[in-house]
Design a protein around this ligand. Structure first.
Ligand code: PPS
Length: 394
């Protein structure tokens, strides 16, 4: 039910100069003719590319390996696209799934550059990125970016063309997931209710608790929209990512201007894990699921508390939907008044987008003359173009 967005499919350029690293074994042979990287004192990442370390490394299953001679080809580039959040939204799954694409390379670990490590400078940041060929996109994910005030301005200062991806999930489930994670590390943590409410009987929610604050998507988004146009931010539904990973990945690939290479062929549903996992790659290895920290059994929270939180988040969710609702994106809308008068087919960029609208249709009112879809009035009848909304319909 999370709305989806038109994609700016142009690839952004890499504004940074390329640089080379000295060969680790001290060999004199020059690999690149580009200038050397400048590393701040003590900040040089050790060993191989960051993308080859961390929890993601074991999941990198399907990217075709470059031929041996090409191993060191390419340069470390600042990211063209960043998964900026939200924490516990499904950010790891999105990164691991999109990096199957041969035109995507990603830093495996969370860099926290724009929130915690900004003082280390862009060259430090670039050093954490994998080598990429000119045609490949560089990506990273750090979920805390979404809620860090300075981050949008800083990313925009790096490159105003950076594409942003936010994985959003029902904020109540997200908060419980967040709490479950903290509890696994801090067993004597106060109860969820004690942390979530200042006064539960009065229904007063404690918005200073991070697990609650992160879910106020509309507030955080306002900050992003001061620095980036909405069309440059792609929202992935955390729920649909589990129910239909291929569908979400198709939309993400469109947004990134990539050929749709990651498809349903790459996924299978693992009953034991209860989540989609990656299929066995052709070359080697076995099917891979995300690690144990992804898809934990949640702490049981009593139904009243959950309801109270749903009530609390409702106005923020409504505002969020309003903010992200795409303006005038239809190429055509067909209203079919056959057996079911509410059957609406939406055609977006030549493709049927009815499923994207299944939940987007927030209010439907049918009369012989008109249908109101998500607040837009669509006339039935012959094809016409609406001056006001700029969409065509039949
Ligand atoms: N395919 C697949 N496998 C496992 N888990 C999946 C998958 N797709 C989405 N998810 C959901 O991802 C949730 C974790 O989100 P993040 O990766 O953003 O967490 S984190 O912020 O990086 O800690 C995680 O949250 P929990 O279920 O609460 O553990 C999952 O629900």
């Amino acid at each position: 039910y999370w709305a989806l967005f038109p994609a700016d499919t142009q690839k952004s350029g890499d504004p940074t100069p390329s640089c080379r690293r000295a060969p680790a074994n001290g060999a004199k042979r020059r690999i690149h003719k580009s200038p050397p990287c400048v590393w701040p004192l003590g900040a040089r990442p050790s060993g191989i590319d960051a993308s080859d370390r961390g929890p993601a490394a074991s999941l990198r299953v399907d990217t075709p390996s470059p031929p041996m001679g090409n191993l060191k080809l390419g340069n470390k580039k600042l990211p063209n696209a960043i998964i900026v959040g939200v924490k516990k939204g499904g950010t790891r799954a999105v990164l691991e799934f999109i990096r199957i694409h041969p035109d995507v390379r990603a830093a495996g670990t969370e860099t926290h550059f724009f929130d915690r490590n900004y003082d280390r400078g862009l060259e430090w940041y670039r050093g954490l990125m994998p080598r990429t060929l000119e045609s490949q996109l560089t990506m990273e994910k750090t979920p805390s970016y979404f809620v860090t005030k300075e981050t949008p301005r800083r990313i925009s200062a790096m490159s105003a063309d950076t594409k942003l991806i936010a994985v959003v999930r029902d904020p109540v489930t997200r908060a419980i997931s967040d709490y479950t994670q903290t509890l696994s590390k801090t067993p004597d943590l106060a109860s969820f209710q004690d942390l979530a409410f200042r006064n539960q009987s009065l229904g007063i929610v404690d918005t200073s608790w991070n697990a609650i604050r992160i879910g106020l998507y509309a507030l955080h988004l306002e900050n992003w929209l001061r620095h980036f146009p909405l069309a440059q931010i792609h929202f992935v539904s955390g729920e649909r990512l589990i129910a239909d990973p291929a569908g979400e990945l198709a939309r993400l690939q469109d947004f990134l201007g990539l050929k749709r290479i990651v498809t349903d062929k790459h996924f299978y549903f693992n009953r034991t894990k209860g989540f989609p996992c990656l299929k066995k790659p052709e070359s080697s290895g076995s099917p891979r699921c995300l690690g144990k920290s992804k898809g934990r059994t949640h702490v049981q929270i009593d139904r009243d508390a959950v309801e109270q939180l749903r009530d609390f988040y409702r106005p923020y969710n409504v505002k969020f939907y309003e903010m992200i609702r795409p303006p005038a994106v239809f190429t055509s809308v067909a209203v079919v008044a056959a057996e079911n008068p509410f059957e609406v087919y939406c055609v977006l960029r030549g493709e049927l987008c009815a499923s994207a609208w299944a939940g987007g249709i927030t209010s439907q009112r049918w009369s012989r003359e008109h249908l109101v879809v998500a607040g837009y009035q669509i006339q039935s009848g012959t094809p016409r173009r609406s001056e006001k909304f700029g969409f065509g319909y039949t």
